[in-house]
Design a protein. Structure first.
Length: 206
């Protein structure tokens, strides 16, 4: 009888070890699968960047970038910089245009074209990066950075400039440019600015 009880006890212990081993193996597999997911696929709010685009490993900042007076007027208070003076109006370099306030990627250089309007023009955007909002007067459609809500400019359709028949008319001061091959900076997620000032200077509109 003692020999039978001892045999049963050994069998139970052996089953318990095997069960623990299977559980540990399953957990390790699950962790490996989770770790293999890309940041973009794990976060549905992240714009779909081209495969050749690289992101920096720096942690995401918790405050938006500091803005000078003109940048605040345009980005926060929906103003417009003067035509034909913007830094990126005639730029043809290859790279990515990102939001000046939060670093979110907005446009690829392949989207850019010369429209002669006096501001940078793009006929497409990085998917999920730009939102459209009709102006209060219903005359135009405003475009803003989806991540931070910063004002970019306006979008127009039906002008026939390119086959896509769309023109994003964007203020240069609303963007920064990252040359091809350079990693994109981390995207900020929090603002320290107020966005409604009654004392904005008057500049010509697009």
């Amino acid at each position: 009888m003692k020999r039978i009880l001892l045999t049963c006890t050994i069998s139970v212990l052996a089953c318990g070890c095997a069960s623990e081993s299977v559980s540990t193996s399953t957990t390790s597999t699950e962790i490996s699968e989770v770790g293999a997911q890309s940041p973009t696929s794990a976060n549905p709010d992240t714009p779909d960047l081209p495969a050749e685009t690289t992101m920096t490993d720096e942690p995401a900042p918790v405050e938006f970038n500091s803005l000078n007076e003109l940048e605040q007027y345009v980005i926060l208070h929906k103003g417009t910089e003067r035509p034909f003076v913007g830094k990126y109006t005639d730029t043809e370099d290859t790279g990515t245009y990102i939001c000046r306030q939060c670093n979110a990627a907005l446009y690829q250089s392949s989207h850019k074209f010369h429209s002669g309007c006096g501001w940078p023009a793009f006929d497409d955007e990085i998917p999920g990066a730009v939102e459209r909002h009709p102006d209060a007067d219903g005359m135009r459609v405003e475009i803003v950075c989806k991540n931070c809500g910063g004002h970019l400019g306006h979008v127009f359709e039906g002008e026939g400039f390119t086959d896509k028949n769309v023109r994003h008319c964007v203020n240069s001061v609303s963007m920064s440019f990252v040359p091809e091959g350079d990693p994109l900076p981390p995207v900020a997620r929090k603002s320290g600015y107020e966005t409604n000032s009654p004392n904005d200077p008057l500049l010509p509109e697009k």
